[in-house]
Design a protein around this ligand. Sequence first.
Ligand code: HEC
Length: 182
Amino acid sequence: MTLHLTKASTHPARVVAVSPNTRQLLIPLFAVLSSLLLMAALLLLAGKVEAESPAPNKYVAERIALMSSQKKALQDLTAMTRDYIAFDRSGARAARRSLIRSTRRIPRHFRRDVTDLSSHARGGIWTNWADFKRHADDAEKAARALNTRSASGLRRSLPRLISACHNCHQIYRNTPREFTTH
Ligand code: HEC
């Protein structure tokens, strides 16, 4: 007890020296932490805005959903050719059927000349309707021509479908998004 008191009173400088040091460390730490918090809050906000503004127009939402389902089917098939997942004939057949169905529905889903802020459709669709339909038809034919008997058959027949998706997007879709088509 006496020893402690003596130490404290004979080395008062130590007590003073520690706190500015600690403060010097804490201030930048707080600054970093608060900017991280701010960033997190902004990210959350951005995510919220994104999630709350998907296609306010019903027709636009539907055609985007159709396209997204095609992307999903195409991704499944592509994965099968790359051994991410084992080749599964019935899964491949189901994906082919779904792609035939969805590519056939493209013209119906784009018939109305409507758009909204979430859309990346170009106005040219409705001024070149016959050509747009031809591109949809090419995609449907390529979907029908998919060979789902084996992984190698799929590997040979997928590129034609992927080009059909790309060909149409190149002309009739703006600003390609991440993960589109394949
Ligand atoms: C006949 C033209 C056409 C064909 C064929 C076509 N697309 Fe699209 N696709 C479009 C247009 C136009 C858009 C933009 C729609 C919008 O934003 O309103 C689009 C958008 C998309 C999107 C983005 C959806 C989003 O989240 O905004 C994906 C993914 C997509 N297509 C996948 C495919 C796949 C996969 C294929 C082939 C199996 C395909 N598309 C074939 C015209 C086509």
